[in-house]
Design a binder for this molecule. Structure first.
Ligand code: FE2
Length: 315
């Protein structure tokens, strides 16, 4: 069985109130994704073996909140199970992107998830859906950041502490959002430890998921165990308009030095800004400004912390 029974559904404790809260407040729900059998270590090991280099990103991460020690690595010549066990013993983070394109069984799961959201939430219409698998070491963390599209986090194995901060200017400025949108940074943004006083903090256990409002900054700390999770992403017309306006602002600021631009995702200014966005992308300015990833280690079960230094190359 690769899809959760339609009678039961993926979302097992959805209530009417969640339709109003979705995308406006943080919500934490129970899910039945593990019942698909697609997220066992065996199934995930097979998925890892099928992934091409462009379909994953393997990173190291540090212990200190404020310190960035982020390296990119590669997987060569070891089994999926060895990859998982090496991550279990190290301080690493594996993202497997767009797993619905690696194996169509995950596409059916993705369809089921958003089919349920759309049936529960009046007017919700999602597109450009995506599902990413995350395998991460005990005690590691994901630094404070925000994502550019609708985002949910589904816990499958292990336990993690999720800090979600208010989606407002005090915690994430328009300038930071713009940089994330324009891919000038790897989604890390300025963070102060006092932000935590204002965060909503949840321990996410297997069978639980969270969804938070667009651009809601968040960070994650794993408990002392291997963690397997997926994130799902989606776009709606509102999210796309918001993207176009903010991206367009970024282009206008960078070309003409304009200031004080509106970020409202409605109104006539949306269209010229969407055009500026397209023009900018067509002119390929974006490519030149993007962050390149330098790969400088290979995952190696026999090496200290699973890391074997290699001759760096750009990915
Ligand atoms: Fe995120």
């Amino acid at each position: 069985m690769n899809v959760v029974s339609q009678d039961l559904g993926v979302l097992s404790d959805w209530q009417d109130k969640h339709a109003q809260l979705f995308d406006r407040q943080n919500i934490k729900l129970n899910h039945r994704l593990r019942e698909t059998g697609l997220f066992t270590e065996d199934a995930i090991g097979q998925l890892i073996e099928k992934a091409a280099p462009h379909q994953y990103s393997l990173n190291t991460m540090g212990f200190q909140k404020d310190v960035n020690e982020w390296r990119h690595g590669e997987i060569q010549g070891i089994s999926g199970r060895e990859v998982i066990n090496t991550i279990r013993a190290g301080r690493l983070w594996l993202n497997l992107f767009r797993i619905m394109e690696i194996d169509s069984k995950y596409d059916r799961v993705l369809d089921q998830i958003f089919g349920e959201f759309e049936s529960f939430i009046p007017g919700l219409k999602t597109f450009k859906r995506n599902i990413t698998l995350l395998v991460s070491s005990p005690k590691i963390q994901v630094y404070y950041h925000a994502d550019i599209q609708g985002q949910s986090l589904w816990q499958l194995e292990g336990k993690k502490r999720v800090y979600v901060y208010p989606a407002n200017d005090a915690f994430l400025t328009d300038e930071s959002i713009e940089k994330i949108l324009m891919q000038e940074t790897e989604e890390e943004v300025p963070y102060q430890t006092w932000y935590d006083d204002h965060a909503e903090v949840h321990d996410l256990e297997p069978g639980q998921m969270m969804h938070w409002p667009l651009y809601g900054p968040h960070r994650v700390e794993n408990h002392d165990c291997l963690n397997i999770s997926v994130t799902t992403e989606h776009w709606t017309r509102e999210i796309r308009n918001e993207f176009a306006v903010r991206y367009g602002n970024g282009v206008l600021r960078r070309i003409f030095g304009l200031k004080g631009l509106s970020t409202r995702p409605k109104g006539i200014h949306v269209y010229p800004k969407a055009a500026a966005t397209l023009a900018w992308k067509r002119l390929k300015f974006e490519k030149a400004r993007q962050v390149e990833k330098k790969v400088d280690f290979r995952l190696d079960p026999g090496s200290k912390e699973g890391i074997l230094d290699i001759e760096p190359y750009l990915k």
